[in-house]
Design a protein around this ligand. Structure first.
Ligand code: SAM
Length: 335
């Protein structure tokens, strides 16, 4: 099977795999406690794909053009022995294997993940202020634990780490310069993310969004910046370099400057449904096919046909007219 493009000519290059819909944080913008409480029904264990099933999907996507897999969730490090999945995926040595984590369990697992072949790490960290961090994540975990996780990851051999910070106006926007300053000169890259209208539980409003432009202006006013060109086509973050040569930041502007035109990301939920967009309303059930003992050609054909018919470009169409549409939660779909 050959590399595949969708209805808008976009190649399939990336897969995001949600390995669990559970998380130990209750970030207000993602899994607000009043919705994700004792009553919330998480996916039953039997519905969740095994590591072997995930690896099989990944292997089938290789010939279709896949270059990178990102493990996410929920909190991926809650999935027991995640390094074993990394090792399975690493059997395809040309594949880049990345992980997005809240960092709370990273210090304990960094060594095993590195040894298993994890290539890249992204750690979510919205603020260094203990009060703001606690309010945003709605957790008791001190922010110093996340910083310790980042340090431990460097110590076991991870190079440049990306730090993801969601910015909400009136909540953590007054701490973004401090966050940028902390990592300036460290080799790690902070990527500021516009708060997105994912899911239906976070009460998103446009006036909660601090635009990428405003973020750059505020940081640049104290730590001068210039725009830099993309490292590769389809790079999610827009790059800005510090004028004094001490590194860069990234901006993920999916609300004010959407980038659907380059999007080559397929998503696989923990229960084996595939989605062509973070804002897709329904997925295609791959688990039923996987568990029906298909041969390799059958599985590859299903994935090929799914991508071939893909048309989604939600962020470019976002408007008041899309507000009422059903949207799945990021903790289920994989952030
Ligand atoms: N638990 C892991 C973590 O915290 O990185 C992985 C899953 S989390 C859903 C992935 C990323 O999505 C995090 O960086 C998180 O901040 C981001 N995220 C969640 N909800 C968001 C929203 N409404 N807008 C923008 N980013 C969001």
């Amino acid at each position: 099977m050959n590399p595949v493009t969708d209805q808008l000519g976009r190649s399939l290059t990336d897969l995001r795999v949600s390995v669990t819909d559970r998380c130990n944080f209750r970030c207000r913008y993602c899994m607000p406690r009043e919705h994700f409480d004792q009553e919330h029904r998480y996916l039953p264990r039997a519905d969740i794909l095994s590591f072997e099933e995930i690896a099989r999907v990944v292997a089938s996507l290789g010939p279709l053009g896949l270059r990178k897999v990102r493990l996410t969730g929920g909190e991926p490090l809650l999935r027991s022995e995640l390094h074993k999945l990394v090792a399975l995926l690493h059997q395809q040595p040309e594949l880049e294997i990345a992980l997005t984590t809240n960092g709370s369990l990273l210090a304990k697992q960094a060594g095993a993940l590195h040894d298993a072949g994890l290539t890249r790490l992204t750690v979510s960290l919205d603020s260094l202020s203990p009060e703001v961090f606690a309010r945003m994540t709605d957790s008791d975990l001190p922010v110093t634990e996340v910083l310790a996780g980042i340090e431990a990851a460097h110590a076991v051999g991870f190079g440049q780490i990306k730090i993801n910070a969601v910015v909400r106006r009136g909540v953590n926007d007054h701490t973004i310069v401090e966050l940028a300053r902390h990592f300036k000169g460290s080799g790690d890259i902070v990527r500021f993310i516009e708060y997105m209208d994912v899911g239906l539980t976070n009460g998103w409003r446009m006036d909660h969004v601090l635009s990428g432009r405003e973020i750059v202006e505020r940081i640049g006013a104290e730590l001068p910046l210039e725009a830099a060109s993309a490292n590769y086509t389809g790079e999610v973050a827009k790059r800005y370099r510090y004028l004094d040569g001490s590194g860069e930041i990234g901006l993920i502007t999916s609300v004010t400057q959407p980038f659907c035109g380059d999007c080559g990301r397929l998503r696989l939920s923990a229960d084996g449904h595939i989605f062509g967009c973070l804002f897709a309303r329904v997925g295609t059930d791959l688990r039923a096919l996987l568990r029906g003992a298909p041969d390799d050609a059958e599985l590859a054909a299903a994935l090929h046909d799914f991508w071939r018919s893909r048309t989604e470009r939600y962020s470019e169409l976002r408007s008041t007219g899309t507000r009422h549409l059903r949207r799945l939660e990021m903790s289920y779909l994989g952030g």
